[in-house]
Design a binder for this molecule. Sequence first.
Ligand code: TYD
Length: 134
Amino acid sequence: MEIKKYTFQRHGDDRGMLVALEEMKDIPFDIKRVYYMYDTIEGVRRGFHAHKCLEQILIPIHGTCKIHLDDGFTTEEVVLDKPYEGLYISNNMWREMYDFSPDAVLMVLASEFYDEKDYIRDYDEFLKFVGAKV
Ligand code: TYD
């Protein structure tokens, strides 16, 4: 599985840092939705789903967390610990988020509006959907 991490341009000076993200330039899709997770309870694992069409970029704008990715055939664990790096997650990818530091704020840029019909929340159904299981 190819891990696609984006390193964003940092505008730093003696006042501090700034990162600007524009759709179809820094982000490879039109951004229809932004959401973020914070105050995730220690030890909690989130996600446990895939999307049929949605593309996303996950950016740990504060703190750290880990992402478990599964395309139905192989898995990867990715550490997110830089506020200027984003992890691209394509459609048809099972994801779980874990090991959130207490100060973690995980921001997600998404290519579509929220649509519960786009979710696959059952792992067996996911494996069938991607052709990893008959
Ligand atoms: P959920 O999908 O359970 O989060 P996670 O991926 O961390 O497991 O979403 C939590 C709640 O937030 C659920 O009630 C749906 C709602 N929600 C929205 O209303 N809009 C959104 O864009 C997202 C991602 C979730």
